[in-house]
Design a protein. Structure first.
Length: 189
């Protein structure tokens, strides 16, 4: 693979935002997937409140200040929604209220996914979108299996956010090289 492949936006605020999103999505996803004994989504509330909410919102404002409107929009909106989820999580909202919140959160993430950007950012938002849709349906229907599946998609989205941030810092590739095809193309070597 070629190491000169662009890692998308490599500004400090975008990298910080991706890392904050990574931490939040991993805590949120692992809590919903319940893969760690006695860890639930309620355990992710503090991380979602401060890292996903406050820090991500501030990073979004800094991105706006740098002129990065795409990251600024994404991070401020995600920060506000994570902050709201942290305040309403647990017994503060009904199951249908939680489902409605996840559905509205999914609509925003759908917009971010369709807005474009580099493939890793779209992949992160796409996986997070699937997670939120599954969690919304799980909240409406009371399905623990769908909630766990939603948690795993959030973990995958967190891993994609981590790779996007790390690739930008370490100059790792973010796409596979294209294979030449067509008449007269031969394999090298």
């Amino acid at each position: 693979m070629a190491n000169d492949v662009s890692a998308g936006s490599t500004t400090t605020t975008t990298i910080a935002g991706r890392l904050a999103l990574f931490v939040t999505l991993m805590a949120f996803g692992l809590g919903h997937s319940r893969v760690v004994h006695s860890v639930t989504a309620a355990d992710a509330v503090t991380i979602a409140h401060y890292v996903g909410g406050v820090a991500l919102f501030v990073v979004g404002l800094l991105a706006f200040r740098e002129g990065d409107h795409a990251s600024g929009t994404a991070f401020t909106v995600l920060g506000a929604l994570w902050f709201t989820w942290a305040l309403a999580a647990g017994d503060r909202a009904s199951a249908n209220g939680a489902g409605l919140f996840f559905a509205l959160f999914a609509a925003v993430v759908l917009t971010l996914t369709l807005a474009g950007g580099d493939p890793l950012t779209q992949g992160t938002y796409g996986l997070f979108l699937v997670s939120l849709v599954l969690l919304a349906v799980a909240a409406f229907t009371g399905s623990d299996g769908l909630a766990k599946a939603g948690g795993w998609f959030a973990v995958a989205a967190g891993a994609a956010a981590w790779y996007a941030a790390t690739a930008a810092l370490a100059h790792w590739p973010t796409s596979l090289p294209r294979r030449a095809t067509g008449r007269g193309v031969t394999a090298a070597g």
